[in-house]
Design a protein around this ligand. Structure first.
Ligand SMILES: Nc1ncnc2c1ncn2[C@@H]1O[C@H](COP(=O)(O)OP(=O)(O)OP(=O)(O)O)[C@@H](O)[C@H]1O
Ligand SMILES: [Mg+2]
Length: 394
């Protein structure tokens, strides 16, 4: 190389193709140059005079390395694809079944009813159905049927003509029209007023809507996805959900199980949310301690994945070490116990765990405080303070 030296070439290669595996050949005795080369990204070096067996062995080694790296990358993305669908994470059989149903139904335009407790991911499932499916060309439009007054809901859905009622100062397109070719997501369908349920049923049967005050029906072509967090059969019995509408919507039913019935997904979800908030907050949290994960895995999760997500977000804010600890999770300052049910509040639950643990250790040492403090790895005064705080009999 008459014009540049090896180090310059190495720098150039690393800049243009950083994946390249470079073995440097350096002059006999030039250790500094070898060290410099490794620092700059070379993966190995040989010194002159070159032994061909030596160089062959090194090349084989690097080829093997590259093969493994590629395999690793492929496996990782395969795993990610297997344990997630769009943005939904789930490795348990229960969630894999949900994924399979979503993939299949996405190929059709059939109406879908998604049932699951609050925070289980119903809206996420509806969005996955939309983006994987036939309707991804159109828009995904959602409406919370429980949050809009009865008189307005009808014109929200079907639109209205100018002057059709006092405040209808101009013509308005309904969501059925806005979502043409796409997905209309009817959230909390069980809370839709019964009069509106009748109109919705008629629209579905005729594949046409009639704007409020209008006379010309409009055809629509879209997928309806409805969601509710109560048991449809109970709602039908109670007279809050029309049975005929239920059958029209529930062409395909998707049930999303609560988190406490698929606890094996918790570590996956924790990981997913840690990555998400690391990126969002520019943090580099490396995970959760074994102890913290234990507690998280046994908690009730009444608020399901939404609650878990909030807990991880707040823990990352409070976390100071590399891993999220039990006390980071416990530091959830503003959590208040919801009246009546103790277990719903994570802080109460954590206190209960602490109390149980302290009692167990105290019993083990026949309630000898110094021995227990030693076993717990805290000072005697800290133990007394803890006992007082938690109301443990000493
Ligand atoms: N399996 C999952 N993987 C990753 N994130 C999830 C999963 N399930 C839910 N989430 C997240 O949890 C939050 C709640 O999800 P979503 O809004 O879909 O729940 P929902 O069932 O519609 O709740 P609600 O009945 O209260 O409206 C969202 O931020 C969502 O991104
Ligand atoms: Mg929702």
């Amino acid at each position: 190389m008459p014009d540049v030296d090896g180090i310059k070439v190495l720098c150039e290669i690393m800049q243009r193709h950083p994946e390249t595996r470079v073995i440097m050949i350096t002059a006999y005795g030039s250790v500094e140059m070898a060290v410099e080369a490794i620092k700059l990204g070379a993966c190995d070096y040989v010194m002159k005079p070159v032994m061909f067996d030596d160089i062959l062995a090194k090349i084989r080694h690097q080829l093997r390395f590259r093969e493994l790296a590629e395999q690793n990358r492929a496996l990782k993305s395969e795993l990610a694809a297997k344990y997630s669908l769009e943005n939904i994470i789930g490795g348990t059989v229960l969630m894999q079944t949900v994924f399979a149903t979503i993939r299949k139904v996405a190929q059709t335009k059939s109406n879908v009813l998604i049932v699951g407790e609050s925070g289980t991911g119903k809206e996420l499932a509806a969005q996955a159905l939309h983006s994987l499916g036939q309707t991804s060309g159109g828009r995904f439009v959602g409406i919370n049927c429980g949050a809009i007054p009865e008189q307005l809901l009808e014109s929200e859905l079907f639109g209205h003509k100018k002057g059709s009622f006092t405040s209808a100062v101009s013509k308005k397109k309904g969501l059925f029209e806005v979502a043409q070719g796409g997905t209309l997501f009817l959230d909390e369908i069980g809370e839709m007023p019964l009069s509106c349920q009748v109109k919705l049923l008629r629209a579905i049967e005729e594949r046409q809507i009639l704007p409020v005050g209008g006379t010309e029906p409009i055809d629509f072509d879209l997928r309806l996805v409805a969601a509710m967090n109560k048991d449809p059969q109970d709602e039908i019995k109670a007279g809050r959900l029309r049975e005929d509408l239920y059958y029209r919507l529930n062409v395909v039913g998707i049930y999303i199980p609560p988190l406490r019935e698929r606890r094996a997904d918790i570590p996956l979800l924790v990981n997913h949310f840690i990555n998400k908030y690391n990126k969002q907050m520019g943090k580099s949290c490396g995970g959760m301690t074994e102890e913290a994960l234990q507690v998280i895995s046994h908690y009730e999760w009444k608020g399901n994945i939404r609650e878990l997500q909030n807990v991880v977000e707040r823990s990352i804010i409070f976390s100071e070490g590399e891993l999220i600890t039990l006390s980071d999770i416990g530091n959830l300052g503003s959590r208040r116990a919801s009246a009546g049910s103790e277990m719903e509040d994570l802080q109460t639950y954590l206190r209960m765990c602490e109390r149980d643990h302290l009692n167990r250790i105290l019993d083990k040492y026949e309630r000898n405080k110094s021995a227990a403090a030693k076993a717990l790895g805290v000072g005697l005064s800290s133990l007394y303070r803890k006992l007082g705080e938690l109301g443990v009999r000493s």
